[in-house]
Design a protein around this ligand. Structure first.
Ligand code: C2O
Ligand code: CU
Ligand code: CU
Length: 469
């Protein structure tokens, strides 16, 4: 046999062996994640932050951004960041109409900011990149809550370091309550039948530390999906109906949630609050920054073990008790959602999303703190047309988020949005090639951001500034 033939045979054999090895490892990893998935830890519940003001119409809260270590995996310590603790932050409860004063202390040793994602407040209280808090300094925002009941969240927003600070643990939830949420027949007992799910993907190193790595293409997706900072969580269900308030707090992962055996559940709220009525569904997609509230009826499902899944992988086990406490029926009608009124010739703006791997632009521009990209009149409804034109090495969608407003999605590629997106939103996922039209109105003044909520894109410049006057 000639030498060149030998080389050819050897290399073909080599390639075959590699292919077989690859297939075997793939099969193993699927087995590992899918069928062999076992829950290990009880789902952690964030603390409800204590309001230090006795007056019923004023709330005083304190948040301290700090470093710490967290034991996610038994016997291993992970370096993390948190608010008032080592990982994530407490839940801030706010009532519509009340005044909220917050002291945010920065004990991180590096600058940070604290942004109230979804909250309608003046630009100066918004906690965006312009409200930087230097190490050992405090920031004291104060505002009156004036928006419907909703599940919102907070996280840092410092230019260039947001992704990192969020990855290591800085995020928390905000619950807004109002007349309607108080009256509705819904599960409301925190930790019992009203459960927050802060969902994040993470990679761990052997020593227990997070492995946060990015490449030109973006972030390396996490092997583990953790919920409220719990690895492989389970939750013991003691009542028939459970309300889950789900936040996708990942830097860049897109989740497609469902329940095992594809049983259905009801969505009751989107980013900005309740939908008009509960919607029955089997899967719900959340892009980074988006929230949804759902009701799961475990009596109807009638199984002892049920999993919350992301795609085909289990991420949370529900252990259902033998004697479930009965729950009342959910209200048929939750709220009324009026269309944001709009004039005859509304101002229309276009936002072109384009990205190259980990960087991105909006309307061809990278973020510049010194530049105001758009000027908007207060209380005047506008149409914003958001288009994702893809880009080099970019096949994924961008979650487009706007500060200082809860908007309405008018259309996706000319068609009405799905039922779950007909409520108020502050973040909308826009697929490559897709065009989404939203109706926005701002009721407060100041400088705000719009950006892609893939945090590496945001840090990489995919953000703009507008001023409401
Ligand atoms: Cu979740 Cu600019 O924010
Ligand atoms: Cu925001
Ligand atoms: Cu993006």
């Amino acid at each position: 046999m000639s030498n060149s033939k030998k080389i050819a045979i050897i290399s073909i054999a080599g390639i075959l062996i590699l292919l077989i090895l690859f297939a075997v490892t793939q099969i193993f990893s699927v087995l590992n994640k899918g069928f062999g998935w076992r829950s290990l830890n009880p789902l952690k519940m964030p603390v409800l932050l204590e309001d230090k003001n006795k007056s019923p119409n004023i709330a005083d809260y304190e948040l301290i951004a700090q470093e710490g270590t967290t034991e996610f995996i038994e016997g291993l310590k992970t370096d993390t960041l948190g608010y008032n603790g080592s990982y994530l932050g407490p839940i801030l409860r706010m009532k519509r109409g009340e005044k909220v004063n917050i002291t945010v202390k920065n004990q991180l040793g590096v600058p940070t900011t604290l942004h109230w994602h979804g909250l309608l407040v003046d630009g100066e209280q918004d906690g965006g990149p312009l409200q930087g808090i230097q190490p050992n300094q405090s920031w004291n925002p104060s505002f009156i809550v004036d928006q419907p009941a909703a599940t919102l969240w907070y996280h840092p927003h410092y230019v260039g370091t947001t992704a990192n600070q969020v990855y290591f643990g800085l995020s928390g939830l905000i619950y807004i309550e109002d007349e309607i949420s108080r009256k509705l027949e819904l599960p409301k007992e925190y930790g019992i039948n009203d459960i927050p799910l802060i969902v994040q993907d993470r990679n761990f190193r052997r020593d227990g530390n997070f492995d946060y790595s990015t490449s030109m293409m973006g972030v390396i997706p996490g092997e583990d999906i953790i919920i409220n900072g719990t690895v492989k969580p389970f939750f013991e269900v003691s009542e028939e109906k459970i309300r889950l308030r789900i936040l996708n707090a990942s830097n860049s992962e897109y989740f497609e949630f469902s329940l095992s055996n594809k049983v259905s559940f009801q969505q009751i709220a989107s980013d900005g609050g309740f939908l008009e009525k509960p919607i029955s569904m089997k899967t719900i997609n959340l892009a980074p920054g988006e929230r949804a509230e759902i009701i799961v009826d475990f009596k109807k499902i009638d199984q002892k073990t049920i999993f919350l899944m992301n795609n085909n992988l289990s991420i949370l086990e529900f252990k259902v008790s033998e004697n479930l406490k009965s729950s009342n029926e959910i209200d048929e009608s939750l709220t009324t959602i009026e269309e944001i009124p709009i004039g005859n010739n509304p101002v229309t703006r276009e936002f072109i999303l384009e990205s190259m791997g980990i960087n991105g632009t909006i309307n061809g521009k990278y973020y510049d703190m010194e530049r105001i990209d758009e000027e908007v009149n207060i209380n005047e409804t506008e149409l914003w047309v958001v288009r994702n034109i893809g880009g080099m090495m970019q096949t994924i969608g961008h979650p487009f988020h706007v500060h200082g407003t809860q908007f309405q999605i008018i259309s996706r590629d000319g068609k009405k949005p799905p039922l779950g997106e007909r409520g108020f939103k502050d973040t909308v996922f826009v697929q490559v090639g897709e065009e989404v039209v939203i109706r926005v109105r701002f009721k407060h003044k100041g400088i705000y951001m719009y950006h892609c909520h893939i945090l590496e894109h945001e840090d990489g410049g995919m953000m703009g500034q507008f001023e409401v006057r």
